[in-house]
Design a protein. Structure first.
Lengths: 409, 113, 113, 113, 409, 409
């Protein structure tokens, strides 16, 4: 049996904390980017993503992702943390329960991506169902394919920390849900032009942005699941890609609109982080910077196209940031990976595998999420009534105000 | 000149504003207020305990116009602010003796020049 | 007694307040409002997309004074609130029948005792 | 109909509201304002430096009622808003010509139906 | 002499940072849960808890807790960090000053618990005195009993990370102080029914909740004072109990009130964290989940009963979360500990010891805190005047507004 | 070749994350301390400090600071991370890219100090230029002198974690920029008396304060660049000095003004942290406490004098906190360092060296920053127009509101 490495144990525990704090990042970013009448609703969605997501992942999700050696899906024998002790996890010099903890933190982030895209109009109960299904079954299935020894792992598909497994999965589920939900009242003018619906607090969004950014060190470097020479590479590529994404999005929006734009700069940074998530361990710092620069450009156009062309309303840009840039990052492995990239080695096979894996993920997650969203819509109802939406979800669904004071009484 | 003060539901503001715009009534001053009327208040909860809020969020529109336009404006507001449920609001009309535009320092007789 | 309601630019408040202070006009009630007039609205951007805001932040001063002081106060406001650009604001004057001070429970004829 | 505008201390709002409720006066519109009167302003500090704030937080109640009820309402406010210290506030009374309820589109003569 | 372990050193230093950030968690949670007219007051209490608490713990508290081998109280020879160097602390492979730092962070959290319960009506100076006495003497005494080799340690009382030492101590001091202070104006109707006094910012409270949650990894897993196989267990039980507490409080309030409740869900999560603090190293994940689920139920009823039955006003629920659930967690060790719990081994002796320790702690802390509160009340005054309370403590005691702007000038 | 230490690697990576989160600390502290009409502007400055600062440090700054052995300036051969791999950095058991990452986080903090002092009136483009020049050339030059083997390092100048390198550099650049910019409209009365311009959110500032405080563990203890017996000493002195600074500033303002003051208590804590940054590894806990206590007094008077005497407007106190207390901390090494301080060893030579280094730094940074500020002023313009300043920079320069809602629509 492998001996536990204490330094690895410590790192993965700390990385779990860093990933965990991303939930606060999502909660504050999404709250800041939406209207105050829906703040309690956003926060309750984020809180229950953590609660319900963790619960179902504990019950069944982890087992589906990481037990057994099926090509398509894992088994049930690790359900309820059955057999997960402080003994090493497989070949890792890491206690199994530390591995479990890290994975549990990861799992819930996929669902939280959806919460941003469906904000300000989804029923709380409907969201709970989507979240539970996503974290219990859909995310674990893809995780099994890619990280759990499934068919994509077999084929050499590379997704270091989850551009596909976490971000694209969350992004495509967000796309499907936002599509079925339809846009918020007032999002499109009568002639179908997208209108801006400003959020309510840039400071809150800033807190979110920085917490997500710092959490990404845990997300990406933590995915090494050990402390070794790779950590510095991963952390540096991660950071530089974020810088690149912020830089190009800042400049591009400035050029397009005549003024620099805070929200889009934030989206650019996040796009850079999502894009580097798959290739962070495989590329050089310079390629990382390029991946980020491209991500920042992609996100600016993607946000626009998704609204203007596809008439899909995504209040925080989750589909563009996580879905599209998750895809970009996944392909970027095939382009720039030092040992297998098209531009670095001239070989196209890695890129093909990456495209296959990204495509397969889309083909599983998107239709399934559509079915779930439609199913909920037809049964319990997916969207709140017009009156509730206009009044805000906080007072209606939760009987609460995020800022309950009128007078400083 | 008359002053029309209309207390309406916050969520109807966009609609009312649009309707007024269509009829060419642009000038207005809007205030965030709280109000109580026959609508008895609503229930909220806080850390598990329910409580009543009797002053509910409302929007007060203040529009100063010539007397002859009052009816049209009032009708437009009545139409566009209406939901039929308690809490739709009230309109108060009173007199304004003088209106002066700061930029031109001129007195106005008509609010839409 | 007359009530002067002046809607001005937020950034002129300090200046107007100072000017009124100098002429001895102290009593006033100030409200944060939003307004629309001939100033058609301004452009903002949000996550890369431009949009129009047509209700702009304004400050409403409400000053209740004796009739004979109205002109002086209005002139002071017209002077100090002026920038010459669209959006400088408007002044509305109406009548108030009675003014009572809570602390003394006495009716006032003059606002500066 | 008369309009009673009372500027009071924020911390008296609950008390005043309660007193009005007891006498059956329910309808009101409340605005958060800042005011200056004979109360000269108060001192605050910011990062170690003192400064004066001359516009103090106040609450403006606006109650539109029939003429015959004015005295009772004013007396109730005078009573319940009173602390005896500078800054207790002021009451302004003016005329309102018409009151229309949006929900019923009917004109009102009495504010408590 | 034991050799210093660098990985242990690193971990305890990081855990200290995590515990430290809990002070920001308390500051924001308490601010969000109270009215904006008292925000500066809350923040000043939290800031000075850290400042004054650390100062008195440095001067005398640490020595009382951890020097000497008295059954009831430690000595004074470690006052002012006298002799605390980078040499190992006792049997630990840890520099003494790192041990000291971690303990200093812990100590101030006990006082901070009080600050929530006495919010919106206590005099700042009175709070400073309570805080100083609590961190200089009361907390160190209990810490000595249980962690410093005192009589409860001798008897095998188990409180891994402080359900009793930190949370019940803070909770009982909070109970005594809130009792002597009396309720806020407007908390009870004329016929004695408790009324809700809503806070002012749910977003701020959310920041607090998540920071406390992540800080708890440092609090609990840091209390191992080493990196070893236990860390994964501790972190996992801690996390799952929080999930359990949030889940049951969410569902229970939903059922009772018809709508899910953000504030109580947060209280439920914190209750789960407090409850698992004692047993986190001794129980299995499944028991941890159960401990949390029960904690979430306890907190819902405790908050209600303390207000309705005992007419005590606790603006943030500190007594229920920390006092009552600290007790529950302490007893839970006696019920579920793998090696000595009643339900796991059939032996009742651990449970008896736990009850004894919890009882003794209550009997020391509660009367002493009552005496202190009454003493302050009779001498310098405990509570602000009615006018100050109505106007808010910020402008009156601190000459400041938390949100000084009227117009965005 | 030295073997990489995994525990050192891990620590410096985590310390980098802690330093990174200080950027959120600066953003929130500065936002809270200024008016809401300039919040987007503050946040954009902080975001682009990270983006642009990191970019230019990646391109050239790092190389200037840490390559070559010139007495005055480094070379260009490490530009674009050229040759920075996971091989050990010099004598350190640390991958070069981890060392690079840590230094990159540090570099941007120097620029961010400026952003507070020039808030509410500087042009965004002007700030970008100052930030880029500072992080590309000025900071790296001083870093080379002191940490990169330059002439001050040769002479035994001691600045453990950057009281001079980071804080004084930032502070003197802030001084020059604020001087050239001139005060905000309304900062001085007609007769030249400084007036307070209150910020807009104490809660936001509190978040900033605590994040900076916790980040300082990474800043100071991380500068050891290894895990060893020193860490506990560094962390403890750092913490105690902050406590001291907060304590004396709290009491002093309370005594001067009659009421305790939140903002100045925060400035006091930060002053304590800045002051201990140079001596943290060289002094005992008791001296650290004293250094902090003095820092808290210095900051109170410095803030006053800079405004009253020099008529310089520094909205957040950056010059006093970072500049003046950076100087104090640098001299404190010469006074209290266990092995070379005047008061501890009687030798004056260390103090002389410290004074020399501090003076030389001032003589480079201040004039250069003056020239840059004047140059910008004459060319592209340094300060926004009066109208823009009065309306706020958010709506004018960025076409955005930090709190875009009027009604909770
Ligand atoms: N007597 C009054 N004086 C001032 N404002 C009033 C009065 N009555 C109603 N209002 C305002 O009108 C709003 C709507 O009144 P309400 O009676 O609830 O409407 P509805 O007639 O639809 O029931 C109230 O919230 C309040 O702001
Ligand atoms: N008819 C009106 N009724 C009520 N308020 C008005 C009216 N017209 C203008 N206002 C108020 O005055 C403000 C300034 O008016 P505006 O027409 O923009 O000024 P200017 O005359 O300088 O163009 C508006 O924002 C609005 O608050
Ligand atoms: N002339 C006035 N016009 C408009 N509002 C006024 C006037 N005088 C006083 N107020 C309002 O009344 C409030 C209380 O007035 P103040 O003179 O301070 O009360 P007191 O009479 O108790 O001293 C002020 O804050 C202001 O809002």
């Amino acid at each position: 049996m492998i001996e536990i490495s204490y330094v690895d144990t410590l790192w993965v525990l700390i990385a779990s904390s860093l990933v965990f704090i991303m939930h606060l990042g999502f909660a504050t970013l999404e709250s800041g980017f939406t209207r105050s009448k829906n703040t309690v609703s956003i926060i309750m969605k984020n809180l229950s993503t953590v609660i319900v997501g963790s619960l179902v992942f504990f019950i069944i999700g982890f087992s589906i992702a990481f037990s057994g050696d099926g090509a398509l899906i894992g088994g049930v024998n690790l359900a309820f943390m059955n057999g997960i002790t402080s003994a090493p996890w497989g070949d890792l010099a890491l206690p199994s329960n530390v591995f479990f903890l890290f994975q549990m933190m990861f799992a819930a982030t996929a669902a939280t991506i959806v919460s941003g895209a469906v904000a300000e109009r989804i029923k709380f109960t409907a969201y709970l169902v989507i979240c539970a299904l996503l974290v219990a079954f859909i995310y674990p299935t893809i995780a099994h394919w890619i990280w759990g020894g499934g068919w994509l792992a077999e084929r050499g598909f590379l997704d270091f920390a989850g551009s596909t497994v976490v971000h694209s999965v969350g992004g495509w589920a967000a796309l499907a849900s936002a599509f079925v939900l339809g846009p918020r009242i007032g999002k499109f003018s009568h002639d179908g032009k997208p209108l801006a619906i400003a959020g309510h607090d840039i400071g809150l969004a800033t807190i979110g942005l920085f917490l997500l950014w710092v959490g990404w060190f845990g997300f990406n470097a933590g995915s090494e699941l050990a402390v070794n020479e790779m950590l510095g590479t991963i952390a540096t590529t991660t950071y530089l890609s974020a810088v690149g994404g912020g830089f190009s999005a800042l400049l591009l929006t400035w050029k397009r609109n005549g003024k620099p734009d805070t929200g889009m700069t934030m989206n650019g940074i996040l796009a850079g982080l999502v894009a580097i998530t798959a290739p962070c361990a495989f590329v050089t710092p310079l390629w990382a910077m390029l991946i980020g620069l491209v991500a920042g450009v992609i996100v600016v156009y993607a946000v626009d196209i998704i609204e203007s062309r596809f008439k899909i309303d995504d209040p925080v840009g989750a589909i563009s940031v996580h879905g599209i840039n998750g895809l970009w990052g996944t392909l970027a492995v095939g382009l720039f990976a030092s040992e297998s990239g098209l531009l670095t080695t001239g070989s196209v096979s890695q890129l093909a595998t990456q495209a296959l894996g990204a495509g397969a993920t889309f083909l599983l997650v998107f239709p399934l999420s559509l079915i779930i969203a439609y199913g909920i819509d037809k049964s319990m109802g997916l969207r709140v009534s017009e009156t509730i939406e206009l009044r805000g979800l906080d007072t209606t669904e939760f009987g609460a105000d995020a800022y309950p004071e009128f007078v400083r009484e | 000149m008359k002053k029309i003060e209309a207390v309406i539901r916050p969520e109807r503001l966009d609609h009312v504003k649009g309707a007024l715009e269509e009829m060419g009534c642009l000038g207005m001053t809007v205030t965030e207020v709280r109000g109580r009327g026959s609508q008895g208040g609503i229930e909220r909860q806080w850390r598990g305990r329910k409580y009543r809020v009797d002053l509910l969020p409302k929007i007060k529109l203040c529009i100063v116009i010539e007397e002859k336009q009052v009816k049209a404006v009032v009708d437009t507001i009545l139409e566009s602010a209406y939901t039929g449920e308690i809490g739709d609001g009230k309109i108060f009309i009173s007199s304004v003796e003088q209106v002066i535009r700061v930029r031109t320092k001129e007195e106005e007789g008509s609010h839409n020049e």
